[in-house]
Design a protein around this ligand. Structure first.
Ligand code: GSH
Length: 205
């Protein structure tokens, strides 16, 4: 299989983490794609131009990190990241959605900072900064949830990839994270699958 990624993409990072956690390195080739450039050859592989993108051995391509992670998790017939049954399954979905909400907001924020000088909107960036602050207050409470403290799951992977992505946003100070969330992140970020997939930090010019 081929997994197309961008080194900085938090969505692609989730899929890369699942590859490592599942020990699928021999079955899944990781290929950096050229995204967000005109006429990229990648658009002939994935017309949407987005990553992650998984091309299965039968040639069928899949978009969306959640679908790709589920597909990778099931490859060996022994899924590690299936939702728990009953009420815990709804809690797991709720927490994963909350983590994705943070990731989506940070992705919009970074995209805004990457526009050519004069084209970025301070209003959009302020809006996303405020969303991040509100979600941090919420996550400082939710981080004690048993599902966020137990064995690795998709909610944890999503939240950690969102927090890890912050290093890409110019001027964003990760020291402003609330303490329990910061401690949780430091622990999960030390896992080999997270260390191996960490995004390069933003460099100011
Ligand atoms: N909902 C998608 C989001 C994927 C996404 O937005 N990827 C970004 C990278 S972080 C991308 O490929 N951007 C390229 C573009 O917009 O052309 C997922 O979960 O996989």
């Amino acid at each position: 299989m081929k997994l197309y990624i961008a080194p900085v993409s938090p969505y692609a990072r989730m899929a890369r983490i699942v590859v490592i956690e599942k020990g699928l390195e021999d079955r899944v080739e990781i290929i950096p794609a050229q995204t967000r450039v005109e006429n990229s050859p990648y658009y002939r592989i994935n017309p949407s131009g987005r990553v992650p993108y998984l091309v299965r051995d039968d040639g069928v391509g899949l978009e969306e990190s959640s679908l790709i992670c589920a597909c990778l998790d099931h490859l060996d017939g022994k899924p590690l990241f299936e939702l728990p049954a009953g009420e815990a399954g709804w809690e797991a979905r709720r927490l994963e959605a909350l983590a994705r909400s943070l990731m989506d907001g940070l992705a919009v924020w970074l995209r805004e900072t990457m526009r050519p000088p004069g084209e970025n909107s301070p209003t959009v960036m302020r809006h996303e900064a405020n969303r991040r602050d509100r979600l941090y207050v919420l996550w400082e409470k939710e981080i004690g949830h048993p599902l966020m403290q137990g064995p690795l799951n998709m909610g944890q992977i999503t939240l950690a990839c969102a927090l890890g992505f912050e290093v890409r946003i110019p001027g964003l100070d990760s020291a402003s994270r609330p303490p329990k969330l910061a401690a949780w992140f430091d622990t999960i970020a030390a896992r080999p699958s997270f260390v191996a997939t960490a995004p390069p930090p933003h460099q100011s010019h």
